[in-house]
Ligand binder design. Structure first.
Ligand SMILES: [Zn+2]
Length: 236
C-alpha cells in the first residue's frame, strides 16, 4: 500500500479473475472509511473496481472482508511465511495476467500456515506452483542436456542457468560441491504436481529439505535478479 493523497491509498490486489491490479482506494486513510479493515495485508476480500484507461489507475469502489490471515501465535515461520507468499505474488506476477489456480493455491497456503501443517513444506509447495504458473518451473525428472531420467546410475546437480538438473556425464566444468539426490528430485516432482491435495502425503527429510531450498533459492534469485527479501526472516 502507498499513500496516494491525504485521504486515499494505492493498493495492490491479487485478484482471481484479473491477476495483479493496482487500485486507488479513495478515503482509505480516513478513520471511518468505506473499506473498513478489508484492505489489510493478506486479507481475502470481495472487491468491485472500475477499470480506467491505460493512463490512469483503476478505482476501488467496494471491498468486503471474507477471510483474515491468522498466523499461529508465536510462530515466526507462520507469520513471515504469509509475508513471503505476498512478496512472491507481487514480484512474480504481471498486472492483468489472471492465474486462478495460483490465487486458489495462495489462499490454501495461507490457511495451511495457520495450522499445525509444516510451514516449510507449505512454502515449497507454493513456490513450485507459482513457478509452474509463470512457466519457470525447472525440470526435475531428467537431465536437461541428454534426457537421462533421474535415478541411481548417475549423479545429478542443479544448474539454474540451464533450467534444471544436469547429469554427471553432461557436466563440462568441475564437479559441483553439491549433488541433488534422486529422492530429493522425486520430492520436487511430487510437490510440483497439479493435484492440490496429494502432495500433502509426501514426507520430506531434513537433508531433502536442504536440497529443495538450494534449488528454489537459486531459481528465485535467478528470476528476480536478487534474493526474495523475506527469505532471510524465515526460520528454515
Ligand atoms: Zn546428461
Amino acid at each position: 500500500m502507498a499513500d496516494f493523497s491525504e485521504s486515499s491509498r494505492v493498493v495492490t490486489l491479487f485478484t482471481r479473475d484479473f491477476g495483479k491490479v493496482a487500485v486507488v482506494a479513495k478515503g482509505a486513510k480516513r478513520l471511518k472509511n468505506p473499506f473498513e479493515a478489508a484492505l489489510d495485508l493478506l486479507t481475502v476480500c470481495e472487491v468491485v473496481f472500475l477499470r480506467k484507461s491505460s493512463s490512469s489507475l483503476d478505482i476501488l469502489t467496494e471491498a468486503h472482508l471474507r477471510k483474515r490471515f491468522r498466523p499461529r501465535p508465536g510462530d515466526l515461520g507462520s507469520l513471515y511465511g504469509g509475508y513471503y507468499v505476498a512478496e512472491l505474488l507481487d514480484a512474480l506476477s504481471e498486472e492483468y495476467d489472471a492465474h486462478p489456480v495460483l490465487f486458489d493455491e495462495s489462499t490454501l497456503a495461507l490457511e495451511r500456515l495457520s495450522t499445525e501443517f509444516r510451514a516449510d513444506l507449505t512454502l515449497v509447495r507454493f513456490e513450485l506452483v507459482i513457478l509452474r504458473e509463470i512457466g519457470q518451473l525447472p525440470a526435475f525428472d531428467a537431465c536437461v542436456a541428454c534426457g537421462e531420467p533421474v535415478g541411481p546410475t548417475r549423479q545429478f546437480t542443479f544448474k539454474v542457468s540451464q533450467g534444471g538438473l544436469v547429469c554427471s556425464e553432461c557436466l563440462i566444468e568441475e564437479p559441483p560441491r553439491h549433488w541433488i539426490s534422486p529422492e530429493s528430485a522425486a520430492v520436487l516432482c511430487g510437490l510440483a504436481q497439479e493435484s492440490s491435495t496429494a502432495w500433502q502425503q509426501i514426507s520430506v527429510t531434513t537433508g531433502q529439505m536442504q536440497d529443495l531450498r538450494l534449488v528454489l533459492n537459486s531459481t528465485l534469485a535467478h528470476i528476480l535478479g536478487r534474493r526474495p527479501k523475506m527469505l532471510r526472516y524465515l526460520p528454515f
